[in-house]
Design a binder for this molecule. Structure first.
Ligand code: HEC
Ligand code: HEC
Length: 337
């Protein structure tokens, strides 16, 4: 027996050495090559939190996760299921289907330019893109999973382990999942529209633009480079709301039926409209505003009957059409690798 000891030790030593090599292969160094977002003309810089500066490795990992159903309980639903690039990263239904065909209660919004939103969700309930990620993963009607469970799954994948070390110098974890998805979403920028090149607008669109910024009052709420002042308002959709909106977060009566003012970029690509997808067409939206909406104690005083002629309604629609960035819908940068 004693005779074999040195051989056993040699074997153990070799095994340990080869494991060491494997380990180095499995865990690459962090790659801090920055990702420089492709800022549309006139757009401000994209600001990321200090612990999640944009790097190529982070964006690549976030993109892979965005398209991967692995984050849902039964591996059937991915972020992309409800945020499709061809639909400006929104969805076609009034509400979307999550795992087991479960329906949510709000309309899926575009993710273009979410980098600039100070508060996320229609009720402003998420303060950062990093925190927002927790909602769809946990929501019963979306992915119905746990972030810890998702991280554990990713730890079984050598590809994800590699990418995670390159991006954040650690194994897949809730930190990594939330940061990477936020990083990818900050790169989805969209600003290449006829409205951004005013000289290309047709006479009808130019007139629609004047109405938008003037008589129709739209720009009182939908203004700035992203066509939103990032505020909240009740735009008179109902006398009684089934969804209490911002009240869910603040519990203030003045926030009942109050929703975040959305960007109008790419709005022609993202029907149906409003928090619940209850208006099917932009013509219906314009008609809604033209009537001045339904009476509600919290309705914004800016929402008043507009008295637009048929021609003016048509021209306003033409201007909304000019907010479409068709290059977003096919941009290969946002497609899975
Ligand atoms: C089953 C459909 C569904 C899935 C899956 C889904 N979302 Fe969403 N998403 C929605 C809906 C609906 C909303 C609006 C919720 C609200 O405002 O209350 C939303 C809102 C968002 C917002 C806020 C946008 C804004 O304008 O405030 C972000 C960001 C987002 N989702 C990212 C993601 C990410 C990342 C994933 C994957 C981890 C994901 N979503 C998975 C349906 C979905
Ligand atoms: C008082 C502020 C305010 C004014 C003025 C206003 N809006 Fe809105 N708008 C909102 C709010 C708030 C929402 C979101 C409501 C919801 O989610 O149900 C919205 C939603 C929309 C939507 C739907 C977007 C989507 O993705 O679902 C469109 C389109 C729109 N507005 C166009 C206009 C036009 C055109 C005008 C001018 C005629 C206008 N708005 C005037 C506050 C305003």
């Amino acid at each position: 027996m004693t005779k074999f000891y040195p051989i056993v030790y040699l074997f153990l030593l070799l095994a340990a050495l080869s494991m060491g090599c494997d380990k180095e292969k499995v865990l690459p160094d962090i790659d801090e090559t920055p990702f420089v977002p492709n800022l549309p003309a006139g757009f401000p810089d994209v600001v990321s939190p200090p612990d999640n500066q944009l790097t190529q490795a982070r964006v690549a990992l976030g993109k892979k996760l965005f398209y991967d159903p692995v984050l849902s309980v039964d591996s059937t639903v991915a972020c992309v299921s409800c945020h499709k690039q061809a639909l400006a990263f929104a969805d076609e239904g009034a509400v979307s289907k999550g795992v087991k065909g479960r329906l949510g209660f709000r309309n899926s919004p575009t993710l273009a330019n979410v980098a600039y939103l100070p508060l996320l969700m229609k009720d402003g309930g998420a303060e950062t893109l990093e925190l927002q990620v927790l909602t769809p993963i946990a929501d019963h009607a979306e992915m119905d999973f746990t972030i810890a469970g998702a991280a554990k799954r990713l730890q079984n994948s050598s590809t994800y382990i590699q990418m995670s070390y390159k991006a954040y110098n650690q194994a897949p974890s809730p930190f990594v999942i939330t940061r990477a998805l936020a990083a990818f979403q900050r790169t989805i920028l969209s600003g290449n529209t006829p409205a951004d090149k005013p000289e290309t607008l047709t006479p009808q669109q130019q007139n629609g633009k004047q109405l938008f910024f003037g008589k129709a009052n739209c720009a009182q709420c939908h203004n700035g480079f992203n066509y939103t002042n990032n505020g909240f308002a009740n735009n008179g959709l109902y006398e009684m709301y089934a969804d209490s909106g911002r009240y869910r977060i603040t519990q203030k009566p003045a926030d009942m039926g109050v929703f975040r003012i959305p960007s109008l970029r790419n709005v022609t690509i993202t029907p149906p409209y409003m928090y619940n997808g209850s208006l099917n067409t932009l013509a219906q939206v314009v008609e809604h505003y033209n009537t001045g909406g339904k009476p509600h104690p919290n309705k914004s005083p800016i929402i008043q009957p507009l008295g637009l002629s048929e021609q003016e309604k048509y021209n306003l629609l033409q201007f909304l059409q000019a907010l479409t960035d068709s290059s977003l819908l096919n941009n290969p940068t946002f497609k899975p690798d």
